[in-house]
Design a protein around this ligand. Structure first.
Ligand SMILES: Nc1ncnc2c1ncn2[C@@H]1O[C@H](COP(=O)(O)OP(=O)(O)OP(=O)(O)O)[C@@H](O)[C@H]1O
Length: 357
């Protein structure tokens, strides 16, 4: 179990993580969602003792990371798959971690088998593809057979087969009763993997809910109607007791009724319809709406056509700032400098891309 209590991290006058309080429980995959810069990685780094909280507390099975005598046997993490010594073979990379953490050497072959890298175990990791690097990072996380696993954006840049494999691996680990905490900026991905959801925006907790509840509350269904006689049809709909929302492109959105009823209503009043279509708002839209405040600054106020309206900005919300590069680090290994540091692109609006780290 992972417990956060008022966890806060400030870098100068920038608050990266703002009084986060939540618990990650065993037996389910918990998705940790938020747009770029929301504070996911900072939270995860504090959890692993790689960053010191400004205030608040984070505990792993009731203890601080630094208090764990053999931490990799309690928690395994994939923070940055590229933070490995490229000159070492996959086997030797894992063996180094095993030896420095009092983990028996036979675990190296076992985890290589689990992640499907046995055939390339003696190859240097600098020749590995992104997907192979992710698998090697996951193998390192699994090495100590920990009860808690944490993955930071594990599917970024992977092909469909790799994504499918990671999804099943995470579900399988949770089914064994382990605590699985996985960050993502893609709601659609989490909907397929996570049973529980923690959503943050600009360091603050926005939602702590089961995935089932989130889907039920946010999968809004409605009927879209387009007509060349909008004023007349609007009067007819209002007189029939329907609430009509007019969208930016002039079409109507009507909830709480069926397309067939609306079609009959239009026919009764001899109104022409150009479109009459049942719609279901996507979870991605619901998530974007929930985090709109955080994304607003990221997109410099740009509004995406067809996107849902942003939620009101919370009082005291901070302005977006361009962050300095922070070198990645892995638990159990020294931090390594990455050429170019982090990139801070607009992946939030482009779900297909990775974090660029
Ligand atoms: N080393 C640092 N120094 C200063 N500010 C930092 C540092 N690391 C992170 N930040 C700030 O903290 C905020 C949260 O960053 P973090 O990397 O935790 O977000 P994230 O949710 O993981 O985003 P992404 O998906 O883009 O990685 C950033 O907006 C950045 O301004």
């Amino acid at each position: 179990m992972i417990e956060l209590q008022g966890l806060t991290k400030r870098y100068g006058d920038k608050t990266a993580v703002d009084h986060l309080t939540f618990t990650v429980r065993p037996g389910v995959v918990t998705g940790f969602l938020g747009p770029n810069g929301a504070g996911k990685s900072t939270t995860m780094r504090m959890l692993l003792g790689l960053d010191t909280p400004t205030s608040g507390d984070v505990r792993i099975d009731g203890r601080h990371y630094a208090q764990l005598s053999e931490p990799l046997k309690h928690i395994g993490a994939l923070l940055d798959a590229k933070a490995i010594h490229g000159g070492r073979t996959a086997y030797n990379h894992l063996l180094c971690i095993a030896q420095s953490n009092r983990i028996p050497a036979h675990r190296v072959s076992e985890v290589l088998e689990t992640v499907g890298l046995t055939a390339v175990a003696r190859k240097r990791s600098k020749g590995f593809s992104l997907g192979m690097g992710q698998r090697l990072g996951i193998a390192a996380a699994l090495l100590g057979d920990p009860e808690i696993l944490m993955f930071d954006e594990p599917v970024n840049g992977l092909d469909p087969e790799g994504i499918h494999w990671i999804r099943n691996l995470m579900k399988g680990l949770a089914a064994q009763g382990r605590t699985v905490f996985v960050s993502s900026h893609l709601m659609s991905e989490m909907a397929l993997t996570a049973e529980h959801l923690i959503v943050i925006g600009r360091g603050r907790l926005l939602a702590d809910t089961s995935m089932a509840d989130f889907i039920e509350k946010n999968s809004r269904s409605y009927v879209r109607v387009r007509t060349p006689q909008p004023e007349r049809f609007k009067d007819v709909l209002t007189a029939a007791g329907h609430t009509v929302v007019t969208t930016g492109d002039g079409s109507f959105e009507i909830t709480g009724t069926e397309a067939a009823q609306l079609g009959e209503l239009a026919a009764q009043h001899q109104l022409v319809l150009h479109e009459l279509s049942p719609q279901r708002a996507s979870l991605e839209e619901a998530f974007m709406q929930l985090t709109a405040e955080s994304v607003e600054y990221h997109a410099h106020g740009a509004v995406t056509p067809g996107a849902p309206p942003p939620m009101p900005v919370a009082p005291g919300a901070q302005q977006w700032q361009q962050p300095p590069a922070a070198p990645p680090a892995q638990p159990g290994q020294p931090p390594q400098q990455q050429p170019g540091g982090q990139q801070w692109g607009s992946q939030w609006r482009n779900p297909g891309s990775g974090k660029g780290r």
